[in-house]
Design a protein. Sequence first.
Length: 361
Amino acid sequence: MVALSSIQPGFFRIPLPEVLSDSTHGEMTAFELNTVRVRDADGAEGVGYTYTVGRNGGAVNAVLGELSEMMLGEDADAIERLWHKGWWGLHYGGRGGPTVLALSAFDIALWDLKANRAGLPLWKLLGGYDPLVPVYAGGIDLDLSVDALLRQTDGNLGRGFRAIKMKVGRKNLHEDVERVRAMREHLGQDFPLMVDANMKWSVDEAIRAARAFQPFGLTWLEEPTIPDDPAGHARIVREGGVPIAAGENLRSLWEFKLYIAGGGVTYPEPDVTNCGGVTSFMKIAHLSEAFNLPVTSHGAHDVTVHLLAACPNRSFLEAHGFGLDRYIADPLVIREGVAIAPDRPGHGIRFDWDGLAALTS
C-alpha cells in the first residue's frame, strides 16, 4: 500500500495577457487555476490541476478541501477505487460543476504520482501509442477584425501549427461565413480548419450555419448548440453536412455515452480537467474507439498530450489559448504540426510555485 500522506490544494487567479472573448462567455480578463499536490509516505509527489474561465475557482478549491479530508491515508495506487469514492461521496451535491472539476484535478495528481513512482512518462504508463500528436491552435478570436485574425493565424503558423481553429457565432451568420471564407483562402484548400460556436445557436440555426460552411471543407464545427441537447446534436450531424465536435462541457463518461451512442458527435472532445480526470478521459477515448470515432481534446494540452499519445484513435490535440506557459518550466513543444509528449516521468509539468504564490500576495 502506498498511503497518501499529504494533499495540498492551491487556488490562483491568473491575468490574461490580452482580453479574450467568445460567443457565450463574453470578455475574459483572467482564468482561475486550481492545483492539488499529493504526496505519499515515501515522499513522492504528484500534481494535478483544473481551471475555470474566471468564476467558480473558489468553489473548486472548497471541494478539493473536502476531497483532501476524504482521501488522506488512502492507497494512492488504488486510483479507480478512489475515483469512485470521490464521485459517490460527493454525488448528491455534485455530478458536475465544481465537484467534478475538483475530482479531475485530484485524479490527474494520482496518475502523475503513479507515473513518477514508476519512472515513466504518463503516456507510456497508459499503454503508449505514439508521442507525436497532431495539434491545432485554438484561437479565441471572435471579435478580431479579419486582418487581425489573419495576422494571428500567421503567428500560429510561425510557431509550428499546421491546423487552426477559429471562433464563429457573430450576430449575423454572413459575417461568420465571410471570416471563414477569408481564412480558407488564406490557408489554402487542404489546410485543416475548424470552427467553434461555443453553444451559440439553436438546433435549426446550427443546421443553417453548418450548411453555409459546407463549401469551406471544415475539419469540424464545434459546440454548435447547448450540451444539454444530445438529440439536437444528432439532428445537426444528420442534417448539417459537416462533422461535429462536442464534449468540453460534458462532465462524465455517461454523458459522452448519450452523445456517442446517439449519433450526436463526430469528434468526441473531453477535457481531462472537467470530465473526471485521466481515469474518465481514457474511458471516453476507448468508448469512442469502439464506435470508430476519432477523439480530440479541449484545454490542458500539457496533460492531454500524454493521453492522446496513448490513443490509437486520437485526432488533434488542442493547444489552448490560456497563458499557463508563463508558470511552468517546460511548455509544450510543437514542431511542424505535431506536439511531442515528453519523456520526463509523470506528466512532466513543473509549476513555478513561487510565481503563482506571488499572484495571491
